[in-house]
Design a protein. Structure first.
Ligand SMILES: C[S@@+](CC[C@H](N)C(=O)[O-])C[C@H]1O[C@@H](n2cnc3c(N)ncnc32)[C@H](O)[C@@H]1O
Length: 208
């Protein structure tokens, strides 16, 4: 497992503690419903020939189901205990990093996925910029995020605040607007339930 903060940089800029998920890690997949791989594959336009990044991917709960549909699947997360659980799933590479400082070259991934994590990122706008940077031209980013406009999600937000989680919920339309300002072509898919999908295509140079 890799940590992008080594040597002097690690001492100057240590990984922050991510207490809630570090503690939850061992139980996380027992608490969460299994991922509906077909829905993710459809929205991500899988299979693809290149690599897929699952940012804030935790234990790999979702991307483990997508491993057969991409050449390589990388789970990236702040929490080492969450990433350690991803070892249970074959076919996943795990990288510890902060979402707003991804240790990947520009355009490294043909597909990028973020599930239920944007509101957990410390700097969501900077993370969105990083996701667009590492996404290859012609590639696709899919975000599944609880919609703070819906009352069940407001209750979750309140519970997270009471649990002292540092959550920053952005309305899906705001996430889409930020991604559009970064050159993406976002569209929203609302199932009329508590979650929203933001599907973003990154144009090829020249605009197609
Ligand atoms: C609710 S979990 C979702 C995990 C996974 N996407 C899933 O759906 O099973 C949110 C994840 O975001 C991660 N996270 C929180 N802040 C982060 C940050 N700044 N950079 C990277 N990951 C972060 C947490 O460690 C946690 O694994």
């Amino acid at each position: 497992m890799r940590d992008d903060f080594t040597g002097k940089e690690a001492r100057r800029n240590p990984m922050p503690v991510n207490l809630h998920f570090d503690i939850l890690a061992r139980f996380y997949e027992r608490l969460m419903p299994p991922a509906a791989a077909d829905q993710f594959a459809l929205r991500l336009a899988l299979p693809c020939a290149g690599a897929l990044l699952d940012a804030g991917g935790g234990t790999g709960r979702v991307s483990a189901r997508l491993a057969p549909y991409a050449a390589r699947v990388v789970v990236c997360d702040l929490s080492l205990p969450m990433l350690r659980q991803s070892r249970r799933h074959p076919g996943l590479a795990a990288v510890q990093a902060r979402g707003h400082r991804l240790p990947f070259a520009d355009g490294s991934f043909e597909r990028v996925l973020v599930v239920d994590a944007v509101h957990h990122f410390q700097h969501p706008d900077r993370v969105l910029a990083e996701l667009m940077r590492v996404l290859a031209p012609g590639g696709r980013l899919v975000i599944e995020e609880p919609d703070i406009g819906r009352w069940p999600v407001r209750l979750v937000a309140l519970a997270e605040r009471l649990a002292l989680m540092d959550s920053h919920f952005l309305p899906p339309s705001r996430i889409a607007a930020i991604l559009a300002s970064l050159g993406g072509r976002p569209r929203l898919a609302d199932e009329g339930r508590w979650r929203s999908w933001i599907i973003v295509d990154k144009p090829l140079p020249g605009g197609s």
